[in-house]
Design a protein around this ligand. Structure first.
Ligand code: ZN
Length: 131
Protein backbone atom coordinates (compact mmCIF):
# COMPACT_ATOMS: atom_id res chain seq x y z
CA UNK A 1 0.00 0.00 0.00
CA UNK A 2 2.79 2.34 0.99
CA UNK A 3 4.66 1.67 -2.26
CA UNK A 4 1.54 2.39 -4.29
CA UNK A 5 1.17 5.78 -2.60
CA UNK A 6 4.75 6.68 -3.39
CA UNK A 7 4.23 5.75 -7.03
CA UNK A 8 1.06 7.84 -7.17
CA UNK A 9 2.89 10.78 -5.66
CA UNK A 10 5.70 10.45 -8.20
CA UNK A 11 3.24 10.22 -11.07
CA UNK A 12 1.42 13.33 -9.91
CA UNK A 13 4.67 15.20 -9.41
CA UNK A 14 5.87 14.53 -12.93
CA UNK A 15 2.49 15.35 -14.47
CA UNK A 16 2.85 18.79 -12.89
CA UNK A 17 6.51 19.19 -13.81
CA UNK A 18 6.75 18.52 -17.53
CA UNK A 19 10.34 19.70 -17.90
CA UNK A 20 11.50 17.46 -15.09
CA UNK A 21 9.50 14.62 -16.57
CA UNK A 22 11.53 14.98 -19.74
CA UNK A 23 14.69 14.75 -17.66
CA UNK A 24 13.31 11.69 -15.93
CA UNK A 25 12.61 9.98 -19.26
CA UNK A 26 16.04 10.88 -20.58
CA UNK A 27 17.84 9.51 -17.53
CA UNK A 28 15.68 6.36 -17.51
CA UNK A 29 16.43 5.69 -21.16
CA UNK A 30 20.13 6.23 -20.62
CA UNK A 31 20.27 3.81 -17.70
CA UNK A 32 18.32 1.26 -19.74
CA UNK A 33 20.73 1.47 -22.68
CA UNK A 34 23.70 1.23 -20.33
CA UNK A 35 22.38 -1.77 -18.39
CA UNK A 36 21.27 -3.49 -21.59
CA UNK A 37 24.72 -3.22 -23.17
CA UNK A 38 27.02 -3.40 -20.18
CA UNK A 39 25.15 -5.77 -17.86
CA UNK A 40 23.20 -7.68 -20.49
CA UNK A 41 19.79 -6.97 -19.04
CA UNK A 42 17.15 -6.41 -21.64
CA UNK A 43 13.85 -4.79 -20.59
CA UNK A 44 14.62 -4.79 -16.84
CA UNK A 45 17.47 -3.21 -14.90
CA UNK A 46 19.97 -5.00 -12.67
CA UNK A 47 19.84 -4.09 -8.97
CA UNK A 48 22.67 -1.63 -9.29
CA UNK A 49 21.16 0.25 -12.18
CA UNK A 50 17.71 0.17 -10.59
CA UNK A 51 19.20 1.77 -7.51
CA UNK A 52 20.85 4.43 -9.63
CA UNK A 53 17.63 5.08 -11.50
CA UNK A 54 15.65 5.42 -8.26
CA UNK A 55 18.28 7.72 -6.87
CA UNK A 56 18.18 9.94 -9.94
CA UNK A 57 14.39 10.14 -9.65
CA UNK A 58 14.59 11.20 -6.01
CA UNK A 59 17.16 13.87 -6.84
CA UNK A 60 14.96 15.21 -9.62
CA UNK A 61 11.98 15.49 -7.30
CA UNK A 62 14.09 17.36 -4.75
CA UNK A 63 15.85 19.61 -7.25
CA UNK A 64 15.76 23.18 -5.85
CA UNK A 65 15.50 24.62 -9.37
CA UNK A 66 12.22 22.86 -10.05
CA UNK A 67 10.96 23.44 -13.58
CA UNK A 68 13.87 25.78 -14.31
CA UNK A 69 16.36 23.07 -13.57
CA UNK A 70 19.21 23.12 -16.04
CA UNK A 71 19.76 19.72 -17.61
CA UNK A 72 22.00 17.73 -15.30
CA UNK A 73 25.11 18.08 -17.44
CA UNK A 74 24.85 21.87 -17.16
CA UNK A 75 23.88 22.07 -13.52
CA UNK A 76 26.13 23.83 -11.05
CA UNK A 77 24.96 22.13 -7.92
CA UNK A 78 26.04 18.52 -8.49
CA UNK A 79 23.65 17.23 -5.90
CA UNK A 80 24.54 13.57 -6.36
CA UNK A 81 26.58 11.87 -3.69
CA UNK A 82 30.01 10.85 -4.91
CA UNK A 83 29.52 7.19 -5.81
CA UNK A 84 26.21 7.90 -7.54
CA UNK A 85 27.75 10.79 -9.42
CA UNK A 86 30.50 8.50 -10.70
CA UNK A 87 27.92 5.97 -11.83
CA UNK A 88 25.64 8.43 -13.58
CA UNK A 89 28.62 10.02 -15.33
CA UNK A 90 29.61 6.64 -16.71
CA UNK A 91 26.05 6.05 -17.85
CA UNK A 92 25.78 9.46 -19.52
CA UNK A 93 29.13 9.11 -21.22
CA UNK A 94 28.19 5.73 -22.59
CA UNK A 95 24.53 6.30 -23.42
CA UNK A 96 24.62 9.96 -24.38
CA UNK A 97 25.91 9.41 -27.92
CA UNK A 98 23.64 6.38 -28.33
CA UNK A 99 20.50 8.30 -27.37
CA UNK A 100 20.34 10.13 -30.69
CA UNK A 101 19.38 7.07 -32.68
CA UNK A 102 17.66 5.06 -29.97
CA UNK A 103 15.42 7.92 -28.81
CA UNK A 104 15.72 10.71 -31.40
CA UNK A 105 12.62 12.63 -30.32
CA UNK A 106 13.56 12.56 -26.67
CA UNK A 107 17.05 13.74 -27.57
CA UNK A 108 15.72 16.63 -29.63
CA UNK A 109 13.32 17.70 -26.86
CA UNK A 110 16.16 17.49 -24.38
CA UNK A 111 18.38 19.69 -26.59
CA UNK A 112 15.62 22.24 -27.12
CA UNK A 113 15.03 22.43 -23.41
CA UNK A 114 18.75 22.88 -22.92
CA UNK A 115 18.86 25.78 -25.39
CA UNK A 116 15.77 27.47 -23.97
CA UNK A 117 17.10 27.31 -20.45
CA UNK A 118 20.44 28.57 -21.61
CA UNK A 119 18.79 31.55 -23.30
CA UNK A 120 16.78 32.21 -20.18
CA UNK A 121 19.75 32.14 -17.83
CA UNK A 122 21.91 34.31 -20.11
CA UNK A 123 19.16 36.91 -20.25
CA UNK A 124 18.83 36.72 -16.52
CA UNK A 125 22.55 37.25 -16.01
CA UNK A 126 22.56 40.11 -18.47
CA UNK A 127 19.82 42.06 -16.70
CA UNK A 128 21.42 41.32 -13.39
CA UNK A 129 24.71 42.72 -14.64
CA UNK A 130 23.00 45.91 -15.74
CA UNK A 131 21.49 46.65 -12.34
ZN1 ZN B 1 22.86 -2.74 -14.86
Amino acid sequence: MEAVNILKKQKLFFINHKGLNLERKTINSMVLIYCDNMHFNTKTLCNDCQELSNYALQRLMKCPFGENKPTCENCEIHCYKLDMRKKIKKVMKYSGPRMAYKHPILTILHLIRNMNLYAKTSKFNYSKGKN
